[in-house]
Design a binder for this molecule. Structure first.
Ligand SMILES: Nc1ncnc2c1ncn2[C@@H]1O[C@H](COP(=O)(O)OP(=O)(O)OP(=O)(O)O)[C@@H](O)[C@H]1O
Length: 563
């Protein structure tokens, strides 16, 4: 199929499958919104009961599209793929799920990621799979977290991590990952990834389900398609076999979800009949200086600038992220600057203006392993972990998520009790925040136990108590992930699809500048950094903690200003 070049205002045939490929800032999302409007105005196949499905990668992206569609959005269902599949395939057809999986359908209430760290399942899992000799729970949880559904060489789905994991030097048996899932399913717990598995199975065993989807959604569009994994692609191709028109949009150089099974080539290999293959060559977002930099990193396309603005040269600042942000801010004056970082913890350091030299991004996870009075009991540390998350989310104004986290912690209490107590806890912790934020974690523990009267056992001696005394509340707070963050300081993965006037990309270590000096977009690390710098419209700053003289010369030769 020849590739046609379009611009982001062009209209295309609405009754043909399409794939639009384009670099950052090309206007893909802009074009998609226009295309949906075009379908709504001109389609003869949409009646009151039929709608356009538009799949985005995050809830933030879904909201952006809904806003841009304005009034037209009532006949468009915009959601993430997991939300869509759960709503239209898993939930309505729960009773069609094969009983061999042991899913307790009465108890299913949505899907989340709690299964991964649910220690209460570990004991039964060890017994059932004959792996009681494994005592290293942290390693097991890490392995289970990395396990996800994927096609094996026979084209069947199996659940396992990318590589074999070991705990106490024993290899965790591949087959046992399924056992872990089954334990969760018996309690009605579904992980996000299970939504894909059950959707796949349901449509394979019950083809009428796909016919129902086609009848509801004559048009099915997917933004950021480069990050779609093979199970999702399979489902989408099935939907597109008749009746429904599929449209996919993306950029393979922005494929950054390898850990979820996405590969850049998935984008090129989508199979749909009579596919209209399109590309957009422009970059409407950035200044010429930034586009030149983007073009120098990439050799499959050369973007043409639309804005007639040369702009300032990108600046590399050799400093820690917090100081680098202050330097960049002084250069741009009153304007707002966004920071984008690889690691969640760096983003939190910037948000809290801390330039701590050594920080450990895993402490929040570690607490439940260290403060564990017995093999199967880590209730106390689970409570504290939940409270830390809830406290930090409330600090960011995310009260709904904060209350939901405490709901999970106290799920043994009645709904009314939870509603009353949890609100009281959040209000008290917000009021007292300044009194404990820089103190020892032990002091926070005392507030939870003695002032909020939460029913947890006291800390006496041993590794658990040492942990609370040797770490500050802040160290753990820095590990909390802010959900669907749309604030000033974000991780790269959460800035996907966004754009900002002024951007500081804070690199973690010096070797991260390789993507500028020896770019290779076959490497996901380089693609992640490429996505980060391509968010900038006007001014781009890149910070790096150290810079050797060789690297300095290399960057200067590439036209960077070094500060
Ligand atoms: N035809 C157009 N007219 C005016 N502005 C446009 C047009 N197309 C795109 N834009 C603007 O250009 C910017 C980049 O567009 P958009 O966010 O749609 O790009 P994208 O290709 O989805 O980017 P990315 O892949 O980097 O997320 C946005 O500010 C958008 O509003």
């Amino acid at each position: 199929m020849p590739v046609k070049t379009i611009i982001s205002d062009d209209l295309i045939d609405i009754e043909q499958h399409f794939r639009v490929a384009a670099g950052p800032g090309a206007g893909k999302t802009h074009w998609l919104v226009n295309h949906i409007k075009n379908v709504l105005h001109n389609s003869t196949r949409l009646q009151k009961t039929r709608a356009v499905a538009c799949i985005t990668y995050t809830n933030v992206a879904a909201e952006t599209i809904i806003q841009r569609l304005q009034l037209a959005s009532s006949r468009v269902e915009v959601s993430t793929i997991h939300a869509f599949l759960y709503k239209h395939i898993v939930k309505p057809y729960l009773s069609f799920i094969d009983t061999k999986h042991g899913l307790n359908i009465e108890k299913v209430e949505g899907h989340d990621d709690t299964i991964l760290s649910n220690y209460s399942l570990l004991k039964d899992w060890k017994t059932n799979t004959n792996q009681r000799r494994i005592t290293d729970d942290t390693a097991v949880v890490e392995a289970i977290k990395a396990a996800r559904w994927r096609f094996n060489t026979n084209g069947e789905l199996e659940v396992r991590p990318d590589r074999p994991y070991k705990a106490n030097n024993y290899s965790i048996r591949t087959i046992s990952y399924l056992e872990y899932k089954k334990l969760a399913w018996q309690k009605g717990i579904l992980h996000h990834d299970d939504v894909l598995f059950f959707s796949y199975e349901l449509i394979k065993n019950n083809p009428f389900i796909i016919s129902v989807i086609r009848a509801k959604f004559p048009y099915f569009f997917i933004d950021e398609f480069q990050d779609t994994n093979p199970i999702q692609t399979y489902i989408i191709e099935q939907i597109g076999q008749s009746e429904t028109i599929i449209g996919v949009i993306g950029d393979k150089a922005q494929s950054i979800y390898g850990f979820q099974g996405a590969k850049p080539d998935n984008f090129d290999s989508v199979q749909l009949q009579n596919l209209n293959t399109l590309q957009i060559q422009a970059n409407r977002r950035s200044t010429i200086a930034i586009i030149n930099l983007l073009n120098s990193i990439r050799n499959d396309i050369t973007q043409t600038p639309v804005r007639n603005d040369i702009g300032d040269k990108p600046i590399v600042i050799v400093n820690n992220p917090v100081s680098a942000l202050a330097i960049a801010q002084a250069i741009i004056g009153q304007e707002t600057i966004h920071s984008i970082t690889r690691l969640n913890i760096t983003s939190n350091l910037i948000r809290k203006s801390l330039s701590a030299a050594s920080t450990n991004g895993n402490l929040l996870e570690k607490i439940t392993d260290i403060d564990k009075p017995s093999q199967s009991n880590n209730y106390r540390s689970k409570v504290i972990q939940g409270f830390i998350k809830a406290t930090e989310w409330a600090q960011e104004g995310r009260y709904k998520e904060a209350l939901a986290e405490l709901d999970k912690v106290f799920k043994h209490k009645s709904k009314n009790e939870r509603a009353k107590d949890n609100l009281k806890y959040i209000i008290t912790l917000c009021e007292k925040y300044d009194s404990f934020k820089t103190k020892k974690l032990y002091e926070y523990f005392l507030i939870i136990r003695n002032e909020l009267n939460v029913d947890i056992s006291d800390l006496r001696t041993g590794a658990g108590k040492n942990f609370y005394e040797n770490h500050t509340y802040q160290e753990l707070a820095l590990c909390v992930r802010i959900p669907e963050d749309n604030g000033l300081h974000r991780t790269i993965h959460k800035s996907k699809g966004a754009e900002f006037n002024n951007v500081l990309v804070a690199l973690t270590e010096e070797k991260d500048i390789d993507f500028l000096i020896k770019p290779n977009l076959q490497l996901e690390d380089h693609r992640v950094s490429y996505v980060a710098i391509s968010r900038a419209k006007n001014r781009l700053f890149i910070s790096v903690p150290t810079l050797s003289s060789t690297n300095r010369v290399a960057l200067e030769q590439k036209g960077f200003v070094i500060q």
